[in-house]
Design a protein around this ligand. Structure first.
Ligand SMILES: NC(=O)c1ccc[n+]([C@@H]2O[C@H](COP(=O)([O-])OP(=O)(O)OC[C@H]3O[C@@H](n4cnc5c(N)ncnc54)[C@H](OP(=O)(O)O)[C@@H]3O)[C@@H](O)[C@H]2O)c1
Length: 210
């Protein structure tokens, strides 16, 4: 599958690109500075032996069969309406964290992003509660597989994303409809606070026991 990562030059974007490239997907790194993205794409391709290309954000949104939104949340309201044509009907994985920029508990970053895009797409919120530093270590030091919470209203899109989560090495945990992201958004600042108390090495993860 061709996966486009908007903001693929960042910490999360690079980590996801690497994991999915190792799983056999073709990656496209989207950036405001395609020249820099090209260098990063070549580095990832060298490391994984996979196909990793790079270019501007519009091209990334166009070529991605699945598109990951991996830029700062504050940049989404202005960027998304410029990508309507490219993103209409696509499966979009929203990993952005709004950190209080939305009415907490009443809406969520992903719901606001869906509104900002202005055309229908198949939104799934995921990876919001996973630190970038754990993408390389989906199993923690005690041998426990980390959980990745995801939610959405499109069952087929969710199943696809669950598989992509498995390919990163995390256990996918279905949190129900897209509106569940209202809670996921609030778990993030708490996770950062807890991680700080545990030494601040970004190795903390939320875990559901069953
Ligand atoms: N860090 C984490 O552990 C973590 C965990 C879960 C979710 N998240 C969320 O994932 C997203 C990415 O986080 P990150 O830690 O990877 O951030 P990052 O390292 O700062 O990378 C974000 C990327 O977004 C692009 N970008 C920055 N400002 C932009 C703008 N105004 N318009 C378009 N693109 C812009 C940049 O790419 P170019 O300069 O190449 O364009 C940058 O490489 C954020 O929404 C964050 O809240 C982060």
């Amino acid at each position: 599958m061709q996966i486009g990562i908007l903001g693929g030059t960042g910490r999360m974007g690079r980590g996801l690109a690497k994991r999915w490239s190792l799983a056999g997907h073709s990656l496209f790194i989207g950036s405001r500075t395609p020249d820099r993205a090209q260098i990063i794409a070549q580095e990832i391709a060298r490391e994984t032996g996979g196909s990793v290309q790079a270019g501007d954000l519009k091209t990334c949104a166009r070529v991605g069969e699945v598109v990951v939104l991996s830029i700062p949340y504050r940049a989404c309201p202005s960027l998304l309406p410029t990508l309507q044509e490219e993103l209409a009907g696509k499966v979009i994985i929203d990993i952005t964290n709004p950190f209080g920029a939305v009415k907490e508990g009443q809406t969520s970053g992903v719901e606001e992003n869906a509104r900002a895009l202005g055309v229908s797409a198949r939104w799934v919120a995921a990876f919001k509660t996973n630190f970038w530093a754990t993408l390389d270590q989906p199993v923690n030091k005690d041998g426990i597989v980390r959980d990745c919470f995801y939610c959405g209203d499109d069952l087929e899109a969710k199943n696809l994303i669950a598989e992509l989560i498995r390919q990163v090495g995390y256990r996918p945990v279905d949190c129900g409809p897209l509106s569940s992201a209202r809670v996921l958004d609030l778990m993030v600042p708490l996770m950062i606070e807890i991680d700080r108390h545990l030494g601040g090495n970004h190795q903390s993860s939320w875990k559901i026991l069953d």
